[in-house]
Design a protein around this ligand. Sequence first.
Ligand SMILES: OC[C@H]1O[C@H](O[C@H]2O[C@H](CO)[C@@H](O)[C@H](O)[C@H]2O)[C@H](O)[C@@H](O)[C@@H]1O
Length: 606
Amino acid sequence: MRIEDYALIGDMQTAALVGRNGSIDWLCLPRFDSAACFAALLDDPRAGRWLLAPADADATARRRYRQDTLVLETTWEAEGGCVRVLDFMPPRVEAPDVVRIVEGVRGRVEMRTELALRFDYGSIVPWTRQDGGELAAVAGPDSAWLDAPVPLDEGTGEGTGEGTGEGTGVTAARFSVAAGDRLPFVLTWQQSWLPRPARVDAFTALDDTERTWTGWLRDCTYQGSRYGDAVRRSLLTLKALTYAPTGGLVAAPTTSLPEEIGGTRNWDYRYSWLRDASFTLRALLQAGYEDEARAWRDWLLRAVAGDPADLQIMYTLDGTRRIPEWRAEWLRGYEGSHPVRVGNAAYAQVQLDVYGEVLDCLYQGRRAGLHHDDAAWDLQRALMDYLEGHWRDPDHGLWEVRGPRRHFTHSKVLAWVAADRMVRTVESGDHGGPAGRWRALREEVHREVCEHGYDAERNTFTQFYGSRGVDAALLLIPRLGFLPPSDPRVAGTVEAVRRELGRDGLVLRHRHDLDNLDELTGGEGTFLACSFWLADALALMGKGEEARELFERLLGLRNDVGLLAEEYDTARRRQVGNFPQAYSHLAVVNTAAALEAGAPVSTTER
Ligand SMILES: OC[C@H]1O[C@H](O[C@H]2O[C@H](CO)[C@@H](O)[C@H](O)[C@H]2O)[C@H](O)[C@@H](O)[C@@H]1O
């Protein structure tokens, strides 16, 4: 199945991907970054999945989310009639649950279900048994129960013709659903040494789940009407990527969905990047969500506590610093794209832009009315002190290139942002600090960037000092307030990005074939967030019509339930990269808000 054939359900601690064919092919329990118990997404059904669909192979499905919720509703037209399946994960009380309710709509439809639990990323077939009328499965630290309203044929699954079958630990059932029937299936997980958690009533859980999501969205202050639906779906998606117990945020709930089909640029995004989280929080703040911003700020204070020299660009959801990267060699990868990576070695990289991202986010939070205590300001000062001594260092840049460190122009621009936001905070009278020194630093960084990061002959800022390439991140220059949109260097850079990185109207983030940027082979799709940034830059430059056209084209790339991956392959016309990706969804919110307000404003003007 294509990446866009999946929909997301989640409980703000983990998430699952449900395929258009009724199969849940990805689920990590109990947390986003735990091992997957369904990993068919990255291999085939033998790596674990849960299918629930009409037995009729020619049945057709229509999907949507119920109102403003994460309850997925799939309506099947099949031989004999019509059925509806509701898939969701209720707000977590004791343990994670996946609930699937089958509702007969018309006539009588034959259904089938096949459950193949495969703990530890598809590698462990649990021991299963019938226990008090339900299926119980256990292996090592994991146990799970399937509470089903129909008799289950345990261990003798009929097989799907796709690799699962008798004797391979597939639990299956066939049953029929008549109009008016409502059949609830509940899968529950628990650590294997603990007793079975209390049973969840599926219908009560449905009400609770709907109430939770619609209640959350009721607090949204976003006013726009033209793009309101898209913005609400993106906000819900961003919220679904937050880890409620700590306030951390994952960049995406998946690992190793490839940036190029069949390629090797496959990464694990189930961690909290300071950059992605800062961007996300600015988008949520813009829509009035202060609680999330406050929770993340507290997460940040805990995660980065200590010496600012030890600041990492990413952490796990609980703030753990070490995220070793390894390969799940037994998984073939999405459509053969291997390796499948777990963990992310980028945690040890130096990416100096992160300081500017965090300081900008905290500055925006304060402007939005978020109360800041002295601990937050002390942290900001410590980060700024560190940056003052290190902004001249080479780094790996925001694209995390796995090659030598360089003087990335975007990283230096963000050093300017850091100094600028600190100066503005002092000027606003909120806090005290050496504003004069920071002002001088701001000047110095600006001068250096304009001297070394700009190629006058080509009239463009360059990816790094002396580089032949450009970088789509430079589209942010006017939005960040580094130069006004009317500056000819901004226009020149936007032109250069379109010329050198443009693909069918969208943009790559950079080119891999110039300057030996990294040691990896193969390419990647156009980067969706950067394509939104192009729309922002165009609007700022007074090209509102072009910006709107591009934005609406980007909205058209969302799947049938409004979701976007990280990238889009314009040649194959399909989404690529991890899915759904916070970067892409927060860009929907930011660009929509800016376009609906007339034209985007720089983050300093908001
Ligand atoms: O493709 C290169 C890099 O891709 C990942 O980084 C990207 O994802 C991060 C999370 O969304 C984002 O913060 C960063 O800007 C992106 O470039 C991956 O994590 C890296 O290891 C990889 O080198």
